[in-house]
Design a protein around this ligand. Structure first.
Ligand code: CMP
Length: 582
């Protein structure tokens, strides 16, 4: 029997190599991602030994980017994105324009045409999401104001690249493409303005759906699944939503996978279940983002370092010094402080996934010579490897700045930074408060009903989702004897009377009733009447059955109580038995 094992082989060898070289890198006090890159180079076609399937590795890497961006989205709310727009939007746009101009200038020096320059410049101007996030994570900066600005800046860059990817084929002919590929021909027939309009319309439509429809549909869907109580189904749904939105966004709206996934995360972050979604998707995120570095390494042809050392150095200088300097100056010009300028500059001093996509497109359109692609790849690998050093240099720079110009360092941009930090702080406080309220609700649940202390936190959360609230006024009949059992009632406040033949039994907050008919499948055994203003939490019959079958200990506790009550009722009805038994 023929076995197609390339996917399994690629994944298996990638993980093994990445684990080994990641560990070695760590022992050498290098960031593990350097180890992953080396593993990728060794698995690639340019080095002897095992050669993995590059196309497959590329797709797996894309999964890593999707999951990672989804994870960022989960910790990012739409309001935070809006809060940083003042610096992220002008900053990213100005930086792309200036860095692209530098790229055009550089390629003119090499005697390349304007088209090649444009592709090179654009490729060098966008930073890699994966690298930026790993770097921020390592320094605990993701949740800081500077980190928020850097991520927002990157989102704007991603959006700009969506436009660039669509426009390049349309512009290919004007830019002097030699051999127009299929992509070029498809779009070249359309007037440029129309292409731009359609792209903007699609991105706009996606944004509208993500902002208005998403927050309603996605949390609702999650709640629906969480109510089933199946953890497996929950994890699956989280992944289905993340990957589904990412894929749909690309297919329908022409938005990149990463951007689609990011918005899926942002939308999900509005739900109380988002922390569970984050915890569920984290292991996959980690595993697949490793594959991203492997696939970058695999594409790399080390011989370019010997063939075109000067060109590689020039590209690297542009990425590390040119781009950072531009970003730093823009942040300062926008009247934000030196510290933010340095963090943003260091975060952006690398290139990654978008650059490869752009370079690949440039080559297929006949705009970029093949060496251009190799130079971009070399620039990516080197800038990713050196990035920790750049951060280190930025930290030293910050200290030096602080020492030399303490007054300027402390005061410049402080006002705007303060306002931004306050705004972000307020947004955070709102979401913290929401979490706190949720925790409080859970705590109250257990305080009122100690019975639920015996199930785990997930199950308690599930109960909160399953309960339907109901209130009643004094005198209202809640349960009528002889009716079919439709639900079980938990008394959150108020009091009821179970009207038994001789004297009524009073039940107070923390107690439950209506369990007997549900357990036996028979009829209600007594009338239950509210004797105060009451609030109940109701577990309806279907949910009762599912929940109790999943939590046998709870079922036993409830059954014991029902049995005791039944025995008590029998004794009351036949008091003779009491004396007999006694
Ligand atoms: P069910 O038979 O479904 O509807 C009436 C409910 O009254 C019953 O379930 C019990 O929850 C409750 N009940 C019946 N007998 C007693 C009792 N002796 N003490 C407390 N509650 C009772």
């Amino acid at each position: 029997m023929h076995h197609e094992v390339s996917l399994i082989a690629t994944v298996a060898v990638s993980f093994v190599f990445a684990a080994v070289f990641g560990y070695l890198a760590d022992r050498l006090r290098l960031p593990p991602l350097v180890g992953y890159l080396v593993a990728g180079i060794l698995m690639g076609p340019f080095t002897p030994g095992f050669i993995a399937d590059g196309a497959l590795a590329g797709q797996l890497a894309e999964m890593g980017v999707i999951l990672l961006m989804f994870g960022v989205g989960l910790h990012f709310s739409a309001s935070e994105l809006l809060a940083v727009r003042g610096v992220a939007v002008p900053g990213a746009i100005a930086q792309i324009v200036l860095a692209t101009l530098l790229g055009v200038g550089l390629s003119a020096l090499w005697g390349w045409g304007i088209g090649a320059g444009l592709v090179l410049g654009l490729s060098l101007s966008v930073a890699s999401t994966v690298v930026l996030l790993k770097a921020l994570e390592e320094r605990n900066l993701v949740n800081s104001a500077n980190g928020r600005v850097a991520v927002g800046w990157l989102i704007v860059e991603d959006l700009a690249m969506v436009l660039a990817l669509v426009l390049l084929p349309a512009l290919a002919e004007i830019l002097g493409a030699h051999a127009t590929g299929t992509a070029g021909q498809a779009a070249a027939g359309m007037p440029l303005a129309l292409t731009i309009a359609i792209t903007l319309l699609k991105v706009g439509a996606f944004a509208v759906m993500a902002i208005f429809l998403g927050p309603k549909v996605v949390p609702w869907l999650l709640t629906l699944v969480a109510r089933t109580g199946s953890t497996e189904l929950f994890t699956l749904s989280v992944l289905a939503i993340a990957l589904g939105i990412a894929f749909g966004a690309t297919e329908i709206f022409g938005v990149s996978f990463a951007l689609g996934a990011f918005f899926a995360g942002v939308v999900m972050s509005e739900s109380n279940l988002s922390h569970r979604a984050a915890a569920d998707s984290l292991p996959l995120q980690n595993a697949f983002s490793v594959l991203f570095f492997i696939s970058v390494g695999m594409l790399f042809d080390p011989s370019i370092l010997v063939r075109e050392p000067m060109a590689v150095m020039a590209a690297l200088a542009l990425i590390i010094f040119g781009k950072s300097l531009i970003a730093f100056c823009i942040v300062l010009l926008l009247r934000f402080p030196v510290g933010m300028g340095l963090t943003v500059a260091a975060s952006l001093a690398q290139i990654g996934e978008f650059s490869f996509i752009l370079a690949g497109l440039g080559v297929s359109l006949g705009l970029l010579p093949r060496e251009g692609q190799d130079i971009i790849l070399a620039g990516a690998i080197l800038s990713i490897t050196i990035n920790p050093l750049v951060f280190f240099a930025a930290e030293i720079g910050e200290k030096a700045f602080h020492r030399k110009w303490p007054a300027f360092f402390a005061s410049y941009g402080a006002k705007r930074q303060g306002a931004l930090a306050r705004e972000l702080g307020d947004i955070r406080a709102i979401s913290d408060e929401r979490n706190r309220q949720h925790q409080l609700k859970m705590q109250q649940l257990i305080d009122t009903f100690p019975l639920f202390a015996q199930v785990d936190e997930h199950a308690q959360e599930e109960l909160l989702l399953l309960f339907k609230p109901k209130s009643a006024s004094p005198g209202e009949r809640i349960i009528r004897i002889g009716d079919r059992g439709d639900g079980m009632y938990f008394i959150a406040s108020g009091a009821v009377e179970v009207q038994l033949d001789d004297e009524p039994v009073r039940l107070e907050p923390g107690a439950f009733f209506g369990e007997m008919a549900l357990l036996s499948g028979g009829r209600r055994t007594a009338d239950v009447v509210a004797i105060d203003f009451c609030d109940f939490l109701i577990l309806d019959r279907r949910d009762f059955n599912v929940f109790m079958s999943r939590h046998p200990a709870l079922r036993t506790a409830v059954s014991n109580m029902a049995r005791e009550r039944a025995e008590m009722n029998t004794l009351r009805r036949n008091p003779d038995q009491t004396s007999g038994a006694a």
